[in-house]
Write a protein of this length. Sequence first.
Length: 322
Amino acid sequence: MVTVLDLVANKPRPRHPEKAHRPDQEVLRKPDWIRVKAPVSKGYAETREIVKSHKLVTVCEEAGCPNIGECWEKKHATFMIMGEICTRACAFCNVATGIPTALDADEPNRVAQAVKTMGLSHVVITSVDRDDLEDGGAQHFADVILAIRAAAPTTTIEILTPDFLRKDGALEIVVAAKPDVFNHNLETVPSNYLTVRPGARYFHSIRLLQRVKELDPSIFTKSGIMVGLGEERHEVLQLMDDLRSADVDFMTIGQYLQPSKKHHPVKKFVTPEEFQSYAIVGKSKGFLLMASSPLTRSSHHAGEDFAQLRTARAEQLKKTAQ
Ligand code: SF4
């Protein structure tokens, strides 16, 4: 008897089929200030076990985040809902692109139970883009928020959403579920959009953030960018002004790191001093909070940042009442 192995059919599907034809990009050696510790702690292993046993997906793993050792040791993970396949193909992103699976109706409950088990005081929930769904996944976001509120009422909730482009009414559904922090990342300056974030529209993202504040001014708004993608300093400063015109409270800036040689190249490693200077300029432009450092990520230190946001808002309100 002969066993025929169909190696073509069994070939694993590439993670980024849309990037396969692209020429390889040189991967620059990381400077000393980017080095991170290997994830080996007991806390890291425990977080990993909770994530696996609840069959959850995290952006920490999917995006290959350099902070995973530090965050998971402290039991801080960012859950990624609605599957691990994204309908967009941004040039910087390590999340797989393709046709997503159907929504899992039990996922809100499993996320809520994991939050409760981990005893989180603050949780960050993000998702892949779901352009295939009529509401872009808005109702699923709302269901997750409500499930966490029921299971862990004292946990504050931060969401990091897609742009809900061409999904009328979607944003209103998410805002009505009352997250404590609404984050939507601009990712980069507008001149980079066609090459870095081709499926998105810069002014739509700005307007989305502005609309959150119009709908519910009690929700903190937040947005972030990566630098090192070829942007100019004056473009970052203009982007800060655009975010402030949309009344955004909190901005994050971190170094872009290239996930593979098929991804957008790192054009520059921005120095810690330049990051510090962005933080100072951002504060002077009126953000309640700025997080700007090479390893800053949207959800890095999100719990501590939330406490600072609350304090900063209280102080601002006190000043305006005087
Ligand atoms: S910074 Fe965010 S994405 Fe990275 S490991 Fe921490 S929680 Fe996860």
